[in-house]
Design a protein. Structure first.
Length: 178
């Protein structure tokens, strides 16, 4: 069975539990924290993937490192360690976030802009583009890109909306050359 299929099963089980217990938001936030800690702490990742440590020792390390996270998140990570799937924690998190966002009508978006967006601009973008893709709102990650000159470029899944000055200049150049 592929890693993605396995991750989907774990994520689906965690989603069902979190949804039933009405702690979806907390579980989502805690999973993001766990993923971020593993991404930005290569030593912890190396320890979890080490074949020299016993499963019990790995579980003890994880319990100490993530003592403050939701019990469902901690138990899911411990089950992944039990089943020798430590490398799948990030994939399970991504799959869970997809399920949670779908249930809440939220889409994740990357907004590239020449400067940091204000809260009002984020809300306006969220309202406008969420309606275009049939969602309630967007969870916006703002990425400052000084190459844009002005305007924004928005990426939602595999769709890109380019309203940047750089994009407009590139389109004008292609039009003039053809």
């Amino acid at each position: 069975m592929s890693n993605t299929m396995v991750a989907k099963r774990y994520a689906s089980a965690l989603f069902q539990i979190a949804n039933e217990q009405q702690v979806l938001g907390q579980v989502e936030e805690d999973l993001r924290v766990v993923k971020e800690v593993l991404e930005y702490n290569p030593d912890l990742k190396a320890v979890l993937q080490s074949s020299k440590l016993t499963i019990d020792k790995k579980k003890e390390i994880v319990k100490n490192a993530f003592a403050s996270v939701n019990v469902f998140v901690l138990n899911t990570v411990l089950v992944l360690i039990d089943r020798h799937r430590e490398d799948q924690i990030a994939e399970v998190t991504d799959q869970f976030l997809e399920l949670a966002n779908e249930a809440m009508g939220i889409a994740e978006a990357e907004v590239y802009s020449a400067r940091e967006l204000t809260d009002a601009e984020r809300e306006a973008l969220s309202a406008t583009f969420a309606a275009k893709i049939g969602k309630k709102s967007l969870k916006i990650e703002n990425i400052v890109d000084s190459n844009l000159l002005g305007g924004i470029r928005l990426r939602i899944g595999n769709r890109i909306y380019d309203g940047s000055l750089r994009g407009k200049l590139d389109r004008l150049e292609r039009k003039l050359l053809s």
